[in-house]
Design a protein around this ligand. Structure first.
Ligand code: GUN
Length: 295
């Protein structure tokens, strides 16, 4: 089975558009997402624009603010403070990575946890780890949604996550071992500290590759019949492409395809789900706001 993330993300966006209409009709609250980009990283520009476009499509309003690369940390903190205090903004997203001279942790900590639709604030991380709700980072939330909507059970399965980032590796592991119908897996996290990653990946019923290295996982790294979730978005030189590059995953798709029971392609797998879950979190933030101002 080839897991079609694009189609599932479109379905979710249609569902969200209906719920948004409902929220606006009942409360006059229109979900608002503010996006901050610092510098001119071309991949980040593409991501931010596509997030804003998705907002407009489903009836949210969105703001993109681009600050120059040499902006100071206090410039960034001032923008966040203004958005924290703006009632028309329900979700705040600071596109990462930030320029090196800006402390990422300070910036994330400045976002109101109730507007932290990326789920990166330690308050939301703590809620995820303890299993008490809060905003879940979008890519991991999208992976769980892909598994659920394709009836791929996780309970009792061995999930191996390759990669330990705060954005993907750590939160997906935390979601999948939780005692819940969407989790209950046995989870192994492996990373560059492992002397033999293959020893672990070959044991995976569900393998989640979030390494950031093109085609790192090959047929020799997986157990036959495994479900393979490819989180990688890597640019490789491609003279046949008009742009001069193409986007590939962390998994050598063609080599593993004959041996998997299900796989996410790149592009069109996990990627579109990240945006769908960002919109989901933003709608939740707006609904929470509407509830909080009800008399
Ligand atoms: N950079 C790469 N992925 C993400 C993400 O999910 N959110 C933000 N804010 N930045 C990112």
């Amino acid at each position: 089975m080839i897991i079609n993330g694009k189609e599932i993300a479109q379905t979710i966006q249609l569902e969200l558009a209906e719920k948004t209409k409902d929220l606006v009709a009942k409360t006059s609250v229109k979900p608002g997402l503010a996006l901050l980009l610092v510098g001119d990283n071309s991949a980040s520009q593409v991501y931010v624009r596509s997030k804003a476009k998705a907002c407009e499509k489903i009836g949210f309003h969105s703001v993109i603010l681009t600050l120059p690369e040499q902006s100071s940390e206090s410039d960034v903190l001032a923008v966040i403070s203004a958005w924290n205090n703006n009632n028309t903004i329900h979700g705040i997203l600071v596109q990462l990575p930030l320029p090196k001279h800006i402390n990422e942790v300070n910036v994330i900590m400045a976002i109101d946890p109730d507007k932290d639709v990326d789920g990166f604030h330690p308050v939301n991380v703590g809620k995820l780890v303890t299993g008490i709700g809060g905003f879940v980072p979008c890519t991991p939330a999208g992976i769980v949604e892909l598994l659920v909507r394709n009836s791929i059970q996780t309970s009792g399965k061995h999930v191996v996550v390759v990669g330990r980032s705060n954005i993907v590796g750590k939160p997906i592991a935390n979601l999948l071992y939780q005692k819940s119908s969407r989790g209950n897996a046995v989870v192994t996290i492996c990373h560059t500290g492992a002397s033999d990653i293959r020893y672990y990946t070959k044991q995976a019923d569900i393998l989640i590759a979030a390494i950031g290295v093109a085609h790192r996982i090959t047929a020799d790294d997986i157990k036959h019949g495994a479900v393979v979730i490819d989180v990688g978005i890597n640019r490789i030189n491609d003279s046949k492409s008009e742009k001069g590059y193409s986007i590939v995953g962390d998994v050598d798709y063609d080599s593993v395809l004959p041996y998997v029971s299900a796989i996410t392609p790149v592009p069109g797998g996990v990627g579109p789900m990240t945006i769908a879950m960002l919109l989901t979190n933003t709608l939740t933030a707006a609904q929470n706001y509407a509830k909080s101002v009800q008399i």
